[in-house]
Design a protein around this ligand. Sequence first.
Ligand code: T1G
Length: 694
Amino acid sequence: MAVDYTTHDGVAVITLNNPPVNGLGLSTRAGIVEGIERAQNDPAIKAIVLTGAGKAFSGGADITEFNTPKATQEPTLATVIKIVEGSAKPVIAAIHSVAMGGGLELALGAHYRVAAPGAQIALPEVKLGILPGAGGTQRLPRAIGLEAALNMIVSGAPVMSEKLADSGLFDELAQGDLAEAALAFARKVGAKEGPHPKVRDRKIEHPNAAGFIQFARNTVAAVAKNFPAPQKCIDAVEAGVQNGFDKGLAFERECFMALVQTPESHALRHAFFGERAASKIPDVPSDTPVRDISQVAVIGAGTMGGGIAMNFINAGIPVTLLETKQDALERGLATIRKNYEATVKKGKLKPEALEQRMALITPTLSYDDLKNADLIVEAVFEELGVKEQVFKRLDEVAKKGAILASNTSTLDVDKIAAFTKRPQDVVGMHFFSPANVMKLLEVVRGKETEKDVLATVMKLARKIRKTAVVSGVCDGFIGNRMIEQYIRQALFMLEEGALPAQVDRAIEKFGFAMGPFRMSDLAGNDIGWAIRKRRYQEHPDMHYSKIADRLCETGRFGQKTGGGWYDYKAGDRTAYPSKVVDDMIVAFSKETNSERRKISDEEIVERLVFALVNEGAKILEEGIASKASDIDMVYLTGYGFPLYRGGPMLYADTVGLYNVERAIRRYAARPNGDAWELAPSIAELAAKGRGFTG
Ligand code: T1G
């Protein structure tokens, strides 16, 4: 049973014991009920303490049970809370570390709450696309007031227990040992005559509840464009304010059952688990010993190197920053300082913290200064010959056991590892620009990369607040290999009849942060041009539209040259459709005898997104990525894929692989159809009525 029951001089202690965070799974829920009933029937027991073992009071409903029969099997959490609240003997919730979601709702059902400082108190359900489904929208406003409760429920953000000391939520904030404080409090109230106070009986006092609720609605509307849950949170709280506790509770249940079925909630839960699953590498045991990383070196102080260095100093890890020339080193340091100054200006960093961070950087022009580094990340020019020089030099100076990482985004990590006598210590750490901002980190596993190197880098990624996803070695790893097919389709569609603004508008309406042409103008069209030139050498048979080359031949590299697919005005990053470019595209279609036709937004979205899905399926088939959710995490954290759709692979499951297969076969039979080679796994899964994500 995931619950322990002990007695202490007239006080029963029910301890949740369901690691890792005392998720309120079915056996835990049943154990609580059993404990409450056992205490009722024991005349020696005067009061009951409810507490959590390990690292949480409770992290809420066990989300691994979601959309399974257990989630709604009695005793449901609502039933458990009703039984707790209905206990004739006082129930005291003793809260430490984490009381979230259903965990906080359970505590609100108790008659009293004693908390330790430093506990995270939250109703984060909205972040999973749902709302508190066990009375949180009704009890929290009665416990801490309408405004504070609405803020917590709609934001889902945790509040530290000490900040809620005077909120009415806790009867005591334990300064010393929580268990002792809770037992003493229990003896005190256990000696009192009932009935004991119930949060549900408190009133919600507010001078202008309707006005505040309307204000909350307006505030939420702006940020919750594609997510239904925040407004529903407000609806449920409002129902309780207007119609009383019981009606409010019933309405809350209705809203919960509706939201838990929505694609948005499915996407958010998929992302929640995907983020955690990404750090698990199938053949690397979770208890693999990791190497100590106390000192890092970064080679290259350019845009990438500087951003990479910032990640480590932000986590308090000293960095030796190596450049080849003094002026480049100084420019790099100046850029890092400028980035921090901007953060200070926004009030997100104290000036003294800026200096502390800058002090963690040791600039140098000498490789000898890298000899004590535990991890060395190179971010030098993306050319194999340059990498060869760097890694041969590292092999000479780096200490035994140092991890040698390459930030390469396109080169073969196995070839780079072979430049050293220690390929087992070489790994790819592909940061995304701007490296100090983008959450995604592709960890590229060479065929000889040691398991403890991977385990070390995955743990370090968490410390520098990155979402790390392991990729095998292939051209473009996961993200760029897929985006290449996406861009291929975008270029073909220009030849076939679309224009850049239409393609961008369609995919941005689908939810992408930025369409392919605005994105290319921002990153620089010359980057794609260089990759295509290499591609034409390596795969002369691969069919590309040459329309982007034509654009680059005119020097239109994007924002940095004042014009690309779009026109730009000095000092203005707005992308203005360009008549020159649109005319060039139409002329190009004529040149290539491509009969232009009207292309629907639906076709644009299908061809762009299914190009990602099809390549993602091949990446899974080849074992480059170990799970579909890893691919989705890459796209959610590195490529602006809309969170409310959960990533390309989950989106394909939402559409149904049967329909994805039919669409791909349809496009394969059309002009430029040779770019579509259906991934076998799509047809196989579709035939079984299954999806990528189960
Ligand atoms: N259920 C099951 N497992 C959970 C869990 C949960 N609620 N929360 C975390 N885990 C797992 C997680 O997958 C990971 O597993 C391990 O615990 C450590 O998590 C009716 C219906 C609690 C602050 O949204 O915010 O209640 O990878 O790495 O950084 O209204 O986890 O080790 O196998 O994040 O110390 C609402 C979500 C549920 C809380 C701990 N509750 N969790 O953070 O560790 S809905 C939440 C968190 C609900 C009711 C509704 C965090 C944490 P593994 P971790 P952490």
